[in-house]
Design a protein. Structure first.
Length: 439
């Protein structure tokens, strides 16, 4: 009995010692864990918002009325209009922002598919809250078409941003990095991501500086975040403003650029840096909108040979095509074991279609015959069967506009619809029609 008691006491002592050791470890690691959790939360929120162009989160609303319900209704109506304006500006070029369409409250209520309110405060005559609104993508799209707006829905892959300190490389523990974190959390056609900056990532690229960085240095980090571009940014405060040096790194090379932002009266350094980061990002976003904004009056048809390696890749490519809103319809004309022949009806210009496909890792290249070849980036298209590479038939006018209905959707012949499920190959004997990217 005695030895057993001794063992029990010894075991209890060991457990108490382990508890004390774990408590010390937790106390030492807790600050770092909190910082990492906050950063990870901010990153997750930023990515979610970037992916949903039609959602506006936590918009402050404030209105007064003769009663609490009247004040609440006014605040929500004002919030819907402000949220609509934010989404409109996301999709259109800055030159059009002064022409935000006037929309009635009834129209906005129809376009909003969901809303939530938080932090409500009310009195007998006033209502305050934070409201989040989600608009119908199809409703917003159709409304913009009716108003004749030229807009873009092609969202670029995320850009990884590395905020660096002069001569010291990348670090997230700086006001400059925090500035980029704040602007990365807003919905955008050109989403930006500031990496977590853990030990593994710092080991990858921690020492990069704008002057000497190469794509080979940052490619592993870009791949981790699903990006094909990395910005290395550096700032320097000067009297009356801030200078920003930025180097854009991609697989095909590097492009440096410089910006100067003048300080506003009474603006603090942190406020100036946030505004500078936002202005740099806005410049790239405007360039992307100019490249991808679509005139929905242009409807074009082309024929393409699609290269794939097996059924699974064919199904995956069809899914990618179906997710591209510019492509209104795809007719499958022929399917073989290593390729297919399709006819695409799409909106906008050819280079806009190519840009949208590129974001889905698909390349579309025109051949001397006038036929296009579509394939996964980097894949070998030399194995395409000869039968798929014949010149397009004379019946296909690649410049002819496609008839459209009042809401901008293409008019198709119901008799041509086969009912084939998207993503499934057709038999070579009969062309198959499938909508792709139709709102």
């Amino acid at each position: 009995m005695r030895p057993r008691g001794l063992w029990q006491q010894a075991g209890a002592g060991c457990l108490r010692g382990l508890d004390m050791l774990m408590a010390q470890i937790v106390r030492r690691l807790l600050p770092a864990l909190i910082v990492a959790a906050v950063h990870l939360g901010a990153l997750a929120v930023g990515q979610a918002q970037a992916g949903d162009l039609y959602a506006v989160d936590k918009l402050p609303i404030d209105a007064s009325g003769a009663s609490p319900s009247e004040a609440r209704d006014k605040a929500l109506a004002q919030g819907r209009m402000r949220a609509f304006s934010i989404v409109f500006k996301r999709l259109t070029a800055q030159a059009n922002w002064a022409n935000v369409p006037e929309v009635s409250n009834a129209e906005l209520e129809e376009m909003v598919t969901a809303y939530t309110v938080d932090n409500e405060k009310l009195s007998t005559t006033r209502y305050l809250a934070n409201a989040s609104f989600t608009f119908s993508a199809a409703g917003m799209r159709n409304a913009l078409r009716r108003w004749g707006a030229i807009f873009s829905e092609t969202q670029a892959k995320p850009v990884v941003v590395l905020p660096t300190r002069a001569g010291l490389g990348w670090s997230n523990d700086t006001p400059w990095a925090q500035s980029w974190l704040s602007v990365s959390q807003r919905g955008s056609l050109r989403p930006v991501v500031v990496p977590m900056g853990d030990a593994a990532e710092i080991a990858m690229v921690g020492g990069v500086i704008p002057e000497a960085a190469t794509w080979e240095q940052v490619a592993p980090l870009a791949e981790k975040y699903g990006a094909t571009e990395v910005w290395i940014t550096q700032h320097s405060l000067v009297p009356g403003g801030v200078h920003v040096n930025l180097v854009s790194l991609k697989a095909d090379g590097r492009k440096p650029s410089k910006y100067t932002v003048t300080a506003n009266a009474g603006e603090s350094e942190p406020q100036l840096m946030v505004r500078a980061a936002a202005m740099v990002r806005a410049a790239f976003e405007e360039s992307w909108k100019a490249q991808t904004a679509v005139n929905y009056g242009i409807h074009t048809t082309l024929e393409a040979a699609i290269s794939f390696n097996g059924l699974a890749e064919w199904v995956a490519i069809r899914k990618e095509i179906a997710d591209i809103r510019l492509i209104q319809r795809m007719d499958v004309l022929q399917v073989l074991t290593q390729g297919a022949r399709v006819r695409l009806q799409y909106l906008g210009r050819l280079e806009q279609l190519q840009a949208a496909l590129s974001q889905a890792n698909l390349d579309l290249a025109e051949q001397p015959s006038g036929l296009f070849v579509l394939a996964k980036k980097g894949s070998d298209v030399s194995q395409l069967p000869e039968g798929l590479l014949e010149a397009p038939s004379a019946a296909v006018d690649t410049n002819a506009p496609t008839p459209v209905s009042a809401d901008g959707a293409p008019v198709t012949d119901p008799a041509a619809q086969t009912g084939q499920s998207a993503g499934m190959p057709s038999t070579p004997s009969a062309p198959a029609t499938s909508p792709a990217g139709t709102p």
